[in-house]
Design a protein around this ligand. Sequence first.
Ligand code: NAD
Length: 493
Amino acid sequence: MNQSQIDSLRNAPVEPFHHLIDGQSVPASDGETTTVVSPIDGAPLTTYARGTQADTEAAIAAARRAFDDGRWSDIAPTGRKKVLLKWADLIEAKALELAVLGVRENGTEIGMALKAEPLSAVATIRYYAEAIDKLNGEITPTDPAFLGLVHREPVGVVGAIVPWNFPLMIGAWKFAPALAAGCTMVLKPAETASLTLVRVAQLALEAGMPAGVFNVVTGEGPVVGAAIAASMDVDVLVFTGSGATGRRLLEAAARSNLKRVYLELGGKSPNIVFADAPNLDDAAKVSAMGIFRNSGQVCIAGSRILVERSVHAAFVEKLAAQAAAIKVGDPLDSATQAGAVNSERQLRQNLGFVAEAREAGRKVIGGDRILQETGGLYMSPAIVADARPEDRVFREEVFGPVVTVTPFDTEAEAIALANDTSYGLAAAVWTSNLSRAHRMVRKIRAGIVHVNTYGGSDLTVPLGGVKQSGNGHDKSLHAFDKYLDLKTAWVKL
Ligand code: NAD
């Protein structure tokens, strides 16, 4: 990736986007569109179809037909694998184009977007494509007069509702294992990150995926998302987003067909730095990126740093230096380390948390709106250096570049503070003491506990939350559990 390639794409005109339903690019049934406004400069980028309930039902019906007639699920796993691998190649060939389009829509810095969006989707599709012809069923150890077989079957029609921070990465964590498993899908992208998902779904058709297998309906959560959640024809619903929406989806499932619902929700992840951290500079540097990359709009962001009191002041100083060095600005400048905040609403929310901490007398470093000549939504990283457990900024997910730092005295206190949250998505511990590291991994209630690092785990390990961070897992072979059912054949010989 070089800057001139990015610059050649940054102002390219973007045609209006439609839904992809049953292999066809179709506008909304009532012709309505939504204007996409770029957070880079506040200028309109294009439009997409504003989906209706009827559009969503048409997509679900298409996915239902495609599943029931076996046009995809009855293809041998090696056949599906071939299509998926071709699809990954097509996405890879267009990676930069897709990354720039995504950045123009959601503001993520391009260096990260390229890796974390199209290229991550490519790797994810390849991983599940390669895995699907290596999953065996079971023959159980029964009385010899019987044969007990356990088949794995695709669950049927999967509905997916995804957020705006990493649409392709998070989208692929869901669509790649679901499609590899032989399911069909209706996916609803977030309102402020729709375009790349539509384009990627079009490439699936080009790769030979039959029409109706992968449908994308763009539009608003309470309309399109709600119609998916309420459908009697969606067998499984997978979601990444806020806890509030997650609750609505569970209610809708209970009121409709009891579809299984898997939720990946938010976090308020503790990042615990002991005085015996192997290298405090490294801890400060990695912790800064663990919260400030993509302007803090990362579900696993390490937003609550807990620091052993004896190194608290030194750590804050190092963290502040790291934060001040982060280059915030034009996300299409490849040197930028934190791009635009996704929306005005999100930016105002971030600044509100900072203002409240200041008013409460906390020491706040940074956290200002950055005005740029071009307009756009930018904010400098914020550190609340002496946050207390009762502070709202310590308790609630900001989903922005705002981190709290809180001192502790003992390991037991660190564990208590770490677990003093309704969330349980991620955590980290920095220590040279191996036994302490393993004790912390056991005691912290979170889906992932990093040791002497933050973020960057690969596809081979699962990602999922405990407590109010959700249920079920994306990534790893365990992701197949959501999309493959077990069926028993009990045969009297
Ligand atoms: P959100 O819940 O508002 O939106 C997520 C998706 O749900 C969007 O596609 C939206 O259109 C849809 N939606 C909204 N209302 C709906 C409704 N009534 N019915 C059906 N669908 C509806 O969340 P957001 O603001 O887009 O995303 C930020 C949140 O997502 C943060 O809280 C963040 O922590 C969480 N998140 C979690 C993870 C994770 O892996 N756990 C990853 C990224 C983001």
